[in-house]
Design a protein around this ligand. Structure first.
Ligand code: GAR
Length: 181
């Protein structure tokens, strides 16, 4: 069975969908977070998946801890699902990793991408799933899904539609990466 780990920092709704959709098809070895109070920890616990909270705080130390922790576990894919840390060049050399981002990259890299998309001049917005490289939201794009902005829609409604697109698409792309590439 293919082996994945999921990295997350926050509420873990993408992680939850991945667990629901893929738990019978792949081995989700563990869910790993950098935040002791991440809401997603409860989701992983309920799903009975091992949860690891990283001890390191600083970027380099955290990356080294992560590399040491995952080494020799034969992981096929590292799935970032709202993991708000930059993975180091050493990490991305060692592991194949993908990320989901709530904008049509290269528009709005980094934080607050939903707010920035909502306010920008374009009629469309959407999500991007991409390989992780050493930059911030810069890796090779695997898939993008668009939506059109709606007249009179507020930020909350727009954010919900973006989140729905993420939930509907991330597991499918993970499966594709694991089983067809
Ligand atoms: C998601 O919208 C994801 O695209 C975003 O964080 C959110 C996590 O939500 N990631 C990034 O902005 C990465 N640059 P979740 O914890 O509920 O899955």
């Amino acid at each position: 069975m293919k082996k994945i780990v999921i990295l997350f920092s926050g509420s873990g709704t993408n992680m939850q969908k991945i667990i629901e959709n893929l738990k019978e098809k792949v081995e989700i070895l563990e869910c790993i977070t950098d935040k002791t109070k991440a809401k997603g920890i409860e989701i992983a616990k309920i799903a009975n998946i091992k949860t690891t909270i990283l001890k390191s705080k600083k970027g380099t130390e955290l990356n080294n801890e992560l590399i040491a922790h995952l080494k020799d576990k034969n992981i096929d894919l590292v799935v970032c699902a709202g993991f708000m840390r930059i993975l180091s060049p050493e990490f991305v050399k060692e592991f194949k990793a993908i990320n989901i981002h709530p904008s049509l990259l290269p528009r709005h890299k980094g934080i607050n991408a939903i707010e920035k998309s909502f306010e920008d001049k374009f009629d469309d917005a959407g999500i991007t799933i991409h390989f992780v490289d050493e930059g911030v939201d810069t890796g090779k794009i695997i898939s993008q899904v668009k939506l059109l902005k709606e007249e009179g829609e507020n930020l909350q409604e727009f954010g919900k539609r973006i989140q729905k697109l993420e939930h509907e698409n991330y597991s499918k792309v993970i499966e594709k990466i694991l089983f067809t590439f």
